[in-house]
Design a protein around this ligand. Structure first.
Ligand code: NAD
Length: 257
């Protein structure tokens, strides 16, 4: 259990990729601080079943004051954060001229600015301990764009930039900062887009799923939260001590095209 004695805080970890990352880190013995909305008790039970300590804070990642409260909670109740995973994210699809301004603000706040706030609050203690991992969940959309996703693409390119800048600032310390850039992962966030496509094009759920993959992801396979979890475990290992500031695609070839 390589992460015994470490605490991992994963934002947006009540579902999808965040929960998968939390479970993978818990399997390595890390204590977990969960965050997010929805089925909190179900997520807590899945982590607790792995025999590690699990706590939860319900901070809304669009609200800096609540993020500060969450980081103070983690310091006081969980012994501080050794591994920070910035994962919370939302999506909205519309062309720029039709994009509701409040959706733009929410996506930038939740998908990008929250990672700045958690990072600025976590880094002093990570520096002091001279060990730490910050893993930012970006996206293939941190590397390339798609029409209709201006806010998401801007936020994800932004988080790749934040990853590189903070990795450089911490380059001579034991604290590494890296981004993971998944392609399509079948989570509630993506299921909504499959449902919208099925309704728009008169397709069955299966047909819409195949059409979605075929457009972008050459492997025609979804990336799984478990695969992303194993990459996060690697990034936490000593073998990754000198992996710094990368944006690591796990996208079935999407960005190789
Ligand atoms: P999801 O909808 O299954 O999970 C999102 C999580 O974020 C949930 O726990 C939700 O409660 C939480 N959340 C949403 N708004 C929040 C807020 N204001 N404050 C706190 N928590 C909040 O989505 P997912 O697909 O698992 O996405 C997780 C991350 O992975 C996101 O950053 C997303 O952009 C990224 N990503 C997803 C895919 C994909 O194909 N699913 C691909 C690339 C990147």
């Amino acid at each position: 259990m390589s992460l015994k004695g470490k605490t991992a805080l994963v934002t947006g970890s009540t579902s999808g990729i965040g929960l998968g990352l939390a479970l993978a880190l818990a399997r390595q013995g890390a204590s977990i601080v969960l965050n997010g909305f929805g089925d909190v008790e179900g997520a807590k039970a899945q982590v607790a079943a792995l025999g590690v300590a699990v706590q939860y804070h319900g901070a809304d990642m669009s609200k800096p004051a609540e993020i500060e409260a969450m980081m103070a909670f983690a310091a006081a109740q969980a012994g501080g954060v050794d591994i920070l995973v910035n994962n919370a994210g939302i999506q909205h699809v519309a062309n720029v001229e039709d994009f509701p301004a409040e959706r733009w603000d929410a996506i930038i706040a939740i998908n990008l600015s929250s990672a700045f706030h958690t990072s600025r609050l976590a880094i002093p203690a990570l520096r002091a301990r001279n060990w730490g991992r910050i893993i930012n969940i970006a996206s293939a959309h941190g590397l390339v764009a798609s029409a209709g996703k201006s806010a998401y693409v801007a936020a994800k390119h932004g988080i790749v930039g934040l990853t590189k800048a903070s990795a450089l600032e911490l380059a001579t310390t034991g604290v590494t900062v890296n981004a993971i850039c998944p392609g399509w992962v079948l989570t509630p966030l993506v299921q909504k887009q499959i449902d919208a496509r099925a309704a728009r094009d008169g397709l069955s759920g299966d047909e819409a799923r195949v059409a979605l993959l075929g457009e972008k992801q050459p492997s025609l396979q979804f990336t799984t939260p478990e695969q992303l979890g194993e990459l996060a475990v690697f990034l936490c290992s000593a073998a990754a001590d000198n992996v710094r500031g990368v944006a690591w695609a796990v996208d079935g070839g999407w960005t190789a095209q």
